[in-house]
Design a protein around this ligand. Structure first.
Ligand SMILES: [Ca+2]
Ligand SMILES: [Ca+2]
Ligand SMILES: [Ca+2]
Length: 169
């Protein structure tokens, strides 16, 4: 959906010829990001990953995001790595990261089921399970590249720390 929104803005702003190039490079960037994450998550080197792979990956990621090790994430903790990058970024890159921060805030709210203002591991993993199942269209044990390309797949990748592609960029 974000990709589509970006494309629509592109059509208005740039005209048809440039849009083709724009869409092409975005598709390539998305492709590369999917490949990167599959490599990180897939422990058995099969080019796809199971829910257990994804769960293990997010639990490790959770610990890295949780420097005070209290077992919960605040919004600030979730956003910290991105903020750090944003401080060093300039221009369009900075705008891109700014949109990502907003998206993370929405993600945080989606995860914080009991609305206590923090996200614990159970909440994180529960949302991962829901999104994994939604994206796993052939109902086998794994998410493949073509499933990760879909809107549902992109939502799984967000939880794995994918670089997001915000609107209008
Ligand atoms: Ca914490
Ligand atoms: Ca909570
Ligand atoms: Ca599958």
């Amino acid at each position: 959906m974000l990709l589509l929104a970006g494309l629509l803005v592109g059509i208005v702003a740039l005209g048809a010829g440039l849009v083709l190039a724009h869409a092409q490079s975005k598709a390539e960037a998305q492709q590369a990001e999917i490949e990167r994450l599959i490599k990180l998550v897939d422990r058995s080197n099969t080019g796809k990953f199971s829910f257990d792979d994804a769960k293990q990956f997010v639990l490790d990621r959770f610990d890295k995001l949780d420097p005070d090790r209290d077992g919960t994430l605040t919004l600030a903790e979730l956003q910290a790595p991105l903020r750090e990058r944003m401080n060093k970024a300039k221009g369009t890159e900075k705008n891109r990261l700014q949109s990502s921060l907003k998206l993370l805030e929405a993600e945080f709210k989606a995860m914080d089921k009991d609305k206590d203002g923090t996200v614990d591991k159970n909440e994180y993993v529960a949302l991962l399970q829901t999104r994994f199942d939604a994206a796993n269209r052939d109902k086998d044990q794994t998410l493949e590249h073509n499933e990760l390309k879909t809107a549902a797949g992109q939502k799984v990748l967000l939880l794995l720390g994918a670089l997001v592609t915000p609107e209008g960029n």
